[in-house]
Design a binder for this molecule. Structure first.
Ligand SMILES: CC(C)(COP(=O)(O)OP(=O)(O)OC[C@H]1O[C@@H](n2cnc3c(N)ncnc32)[C@H](O)[C@@H]1OP(=O)(O)O)[C@@H](O)C(=O)NCCC(=O)NCCS
Length: 164
């Protein structure tokens, strides 16, 4: 099912979430493996492609569409901890800084509120200052540091937004 993210306020371009077509998994895996934070681990393109291609009804993956272009990927995990977890959020470099990430978070919050959820959850690597600032500006607050969650010597920051 598609989800409307509202038009781009700058140019009216239609923005949507569309179920991720597994045929795009390899290209998207390569695109995200080449940029931070995945390039810093490093996190292989094949592992990202496998995640994008996998069908999990409780954890839908979406292509973020800006007009006819694939601008990024959002991956959710349904009822995670009294609310959903945004497992993956990536906007491709050319599309960053135009409000798409914020539009995805607004949709994420709207759908959670509609079903009476208490919390929204996201995580970011501790070195990913831009993402942490982005989440904080959108109302999330750090609630845990998870050492070694993804890789030895790395720390992930778990952030929560309370809805109630
Ligand atoms: C972090 C990320 C998801 C944000 O997505 P985005 O679409 O670039 O986010 P937005 O455009 O909504 O906001 C980014 C910044 O652009 C600015 N901005 C928003 N709308 C804008 C617009 N129309 N024009 C210019 N700037 C704008 C905001 O002030 C914001 O600043 P902030 O990050 O300091 O809060 C994206 O940059 C990304 O994918 N980064 C790489 C992967 C990553 O770190 N993922 C998240 C953690 S794993």
């Amino acid at each position: 099912m598609d989800h409307d993210l509202g038009p781009d306020p700058a140019d009216g371009c239609v923005r949507r979430l569309v179920p991720l077509d597994p045929q795009n998994a390899v290209d998207l895996g390569a695109a995200f493996a080449a940029i931070s934070p995945w390039a810093d681990y490093p996190y292989p393109a094949s592992a990202l492609a496998a995640y994008f291609a996998k069908a999990e009804p409780a954890a839908p993956r979406y292509q973020i569409m800006a007009g006819d272009s694939i601008a990024g990927v959002a991956g959710l995990r349904g009822d995670w901890l009294r609310g959903p977890y945004l497992q993956f959020l990536g906007v491709l470099p050319h599309h960053q800084g135009h409000g798409l990430g914020a539009a995805v978070l607004a949709w994420f919050e709207r759908t959670a509120r509609d079903t009476g959820q208490r919390n929204l959850w996201v995580a970011a690597s501790d070195f990913n200052a831009a993402a942490i600032r982005f989440y904080e500006r959108n109302g999330f607050a750090e609630c845990a540091r998870l050492d070694g969650l993804v890789a030895d010597g790395r720390t992930e920051i778990l952030l929560r937004k309370r809805l109630i």
